[in-house]
Design a protein around this ligand. Structure first.
Ligand SMILES: [Zn+2]
Length: 319
């Protein structure tokens, strides 16, 4: 009998969320624990997940109904199942997380980074169903990507492929990025990048703006969105600038893998046309002739509250 469910586990710096998912992409049961409760002992963290998740598994009829466990984790390596030197997790070094989870639960487990998981989730349950070539771009605290070519996620030689957020887009005097280099896409088009653009524009310009009512150090990309909704010109300029950098980068990404679509996911994707219009405009302006008008820019269709669990879970159908 085909096993009807998979487990998705999404490990974030603060919370770890997990759920039981059916083949249509419904999260039928879910729960969460704190990621950092046992900073010195990853096995106790896994015990916590096991305690909570076992209750959910029992409710759908036990382990024999579960095909496997898919895990999305920062710096997760699909080939090895290891989490390697993740800066935002409490455990340092290399953690054989997929192996530990598989041993604890007694079913297969696979792991990849969260952006790759999102790409597989979109292909399995979302807007990219049926597509064989697309690029997923996650616009959150950072910028991640998952690249699908010929229906397969590209993992690369070492398992880490798809770090388009760290493509360098500004060559001189670029912003410092979290990776230690300068000028990365992430430093401009992540939520923190947008907030930084806002601060720079407010400090160097003198246009009136609703954003001047917010303490400058605490401006978020959400504030920029709210101001744009009210027609604030500085907020619109911020989206134009962000969208230009993103669209120019997309023109390069298209040259690499000729995707049918680029799918946007994450907080900034909620800005809708404010971000999409300049992205499409500048992508088209910079793209090679053969691809003009051919590459769709789409928004994720995964329900936001469940997207991380769904993305991770999709990995488990392949086990
Ligand atoms: Zn970087």
């Amino acid at each position: 009998m085909q096993k009807p469910y998979v487990i998705g586990v999404d490990m974030g710096g603060t919370n770890t969320v997990f759920g039981v998912v059916d083949a249509r992409g419904n999260v039928v049961l879910k729960s969460a624990i704190k990621t950092g409760a046992h900073p010195n002992d990853v096995n106790r963290y896994i015990d916590d997940i096991h305690d909570e998740l076992s209750k959910l598994i029992e409710q759908v009829g036990g382990l024999e109904k579960i095909k496997g466990i898919g895990i999305g984790a920062p710096n997760g390596n699909y080939y090895t199942g290891n989490i390697e030197f993740a800066p935002n997790l409490p455990w340092k070094g290399i953690i054989p997380f997929a192996k530990l989870m598989s041993e604890k639960f007694g079913i297969p487990a696979a792991l990849t980074n969260d952006a790759n998981a999102a790409a597989i989730g979109e292909m399995t349950y979302g807007v990219a169903r049926g597509m064989k070539n697309f690029i997923m771009i996650t616009l959150g605290t950072g910028v991640g990507s998952g690249i699908i070519i010929d229906g397969k996620l590209v993992y690369g030689h070492d398992g880490f492929a798809g770090e388009l957020g760290h493509a360098i887009v500004v060559r001189s005097n670029g912003r410092v990025c979290g990776c230690g280099r300068t000028g990365c896409l992430e430093a401009y088009t992540s939520a923190t990048g947008v907030a930084r653009t806002a601060r720079e524009m407010l400090e160097t310009g003198n246009k009136a703006s609703l954003l001047r009512n917010v303490p400058i150090e605490s401006i978020t990309s959400k504030d920029v969105y709210d101001a744009a909704l009210q027609g604030d010109q500085v907020a619109l300029d911020i989206f134009e600038y962000t969208g230009r950098i993103l669209g120019e980068a997309f023109a390069n990404f298209v040259a690499f893998s000729a995707p049918e679509a680029i799918v946007l996911f994450g907080g900034l994707a909620k800005a809708g046309d404010f971000i999409k219009k300049p992205v499409v405009e500048h992508m088209e302006r910079n793209i090679l002739q053969i691809w003009k008008g051919k590459v769709k820019v789409l928004f994720s269709e995964l329900k936001e509250a469940d997207a991380a669990i769904l993305g991770a879970s999709a990995l488990a159908w392949e086990l």
